[in-house]
Design a binder for this molecule. Structure first.
Ligand code: NAD
Ligand code: TYD
Length: 350
């Protein structure tokens, strides 16, 4: 039985990856290692928690001794590494946490894998999940290619870029078989309501202002989270060692246009008169160093590995809003306590 370690599996994307692998591959044993920070939530995995091929391990990837012992004990065949601090705004207020988890944590995992695999890399893989934000910010034209030079602009993207470099360096120096994917913005069920889409759904439900940074003209390229998990499955099984694949849905939206679609979708589902939620839109102080535009060219993974997104954006947004409406308790649970504090600090001066 193949032993696969998935880090950050209690988070947004990680939980969808864990679910897919546990259900689709009964002959793999999936170990989900997660520190359960504010963003990690075992509620996300209730449906598979008793599966015979699934084990949850609570732990911190920054803890070198713990990680080395875990690898020595379990001798994993592969790692799919998603654990990270993932929110740009938090990286602006507290960059060190991002350096510890995203950089030091990644290198701890690489060292432990190298040690336990003892230079016998047959059938081994270290899969590093990264972001398109490492490429920096685009103007109106062009796309990020796998060959686009790194130009990270936020503490978050700088920490992810650094971790990508270490993964490539360990491949080049020690021969560890690695693969890296850089994906665009994800949306869908289970996303913590600090990121744009779930934050705005939560605020609409609570009739709170919708804080649009700057003029709302920044552009993001959105992919439904299950399609990202499907891409990770494809790259894990068919990707070429040492390669990088960009993942995205060719689905660019100006923030303000996306927000209007979101408002309309929620209004329709709640039976509100048209335009109700749009009245909550409030333009606030821009994010420091706000990247103007991200846009992924996903031709390589489409042509070489045959992956493509399964959902159109309107369908994805509709499913996402349905999920949050049907899981009000999940939202209420994750927004109690520390969340209130975060929200107050993040938006008070805007
Ligand atoms: P998330 O913040 O929802 O989840 C991160 C998970 O990692 C949480 O469960 C958290 O508890 C865990 N974690 C954090 N620090 C840890 C530590 N020190 N040790 C062990 N576990 C720890 O993040 P997400 O949005 O699901 O992103 C997952 C990965 O995908 C990240 O590496 C992120 O950079 C990347 N990514 C995210 C997006 C996106 O749009 N969300 C897009 C592209 C790439
Ligand atoms: P976010 O979901 O934080 O993802 P990222 O910054 O990693 O792309 O933000 C998406 C876009 O929405 C980004 O341009 C910033 C903007 N935004 C707002 O306008 N208001 C908000 O309250 C948040 C969280 C984001």
């Amino acid at each position: 039985m193949k032993k696969i370690l998935i880090t950050g599996g209690a988070g947004f994307i990680g939980s969808h990856v864990v679910r897919l692998f546990v259900n689709k591959y009964p002959d793999y044993h999936i170990y989900n290692l997660d520190k359960l920070t504010y963003a990690g939530n075992l509620e996300n995995l209730k449906d598979i928690e008793d599966a015979p091929n699934y084990t949850f391990i609570k732990g911190d990837i920054v803890d070198e001794k713990f990680i080395n012992e875990l690898f020595a004990k379990n001798e994993f065949d592969a790692v799919i590494h998603l654990a990270a601090e993932s929110h740009v705004d938090r990286s602006i207020t507290n960059p060190m946490e991002f350096i510890y988890t995203n950089v030091v944590g990644t290198v701890n995992l690489l060292n432990a894998a190298r040690f336990v695999w003892k230079d016998d890399f047959s059938d081994k893989l270290f899969y590093h999940v990264s972001t398109d934000e490492v490429y920096g910010s685009l103007d109106e034209g062009g796309f990020f290619l796998e060959t686009t030079p790194y130009d990270p602009q936020s503490p978050y993207s700088a920490s992810k870029a650094s971790s990508d470099h270490f993964v490539r360096a360990y491949h080049n120096t020690y021969g560890i078989p690695v693969v890296i994917t850089n994906c665009s913005n994800n949306y869908g069920p289970n996303q913590f309501p600090e990121k744009l889409i779930p934050l705005f759904i939560n605020n609409i439900l609570n009739k709170k202002p919708l804080p649009v940074y700057g003029k709302g003209e920044n552009v993001r390229d959105w992919l439904y989270v299950v399609d990202h998990a499907r891409a990770i499955d494809v790259v894990f099984h068919k990707g070429k060692t040492g390669e990088t694949y960009n993942i995205g849905g060719f689905n660019e939206w100006k923030n303000i246009d996306l927000i209007k679609v979101l408002c309309k979708t929620v209004d329709e589902k709640l039976g509100n008169p048209p335009g109700t939620s749009e009245t909550l839109i409030t333009y606030v102080k821009d994010r420091a160093g706000h990247d103007l535009r991200y846009a992924i060219d996903a031709t390589k993974i489409m042509n070489e590995l045959g992956w493509k997104p399964s959902l159109q954006f309107e369908e994805g947004i509709s499913k996402t809003v349905d999920w949050y409406l049907e899981n009000k308790e999940w939202l209420d649970n994750v927004t109690s306590g520390a969340y209130q504090d975060y929200y107050e600090k993040q938006y008070r001066t805007r």
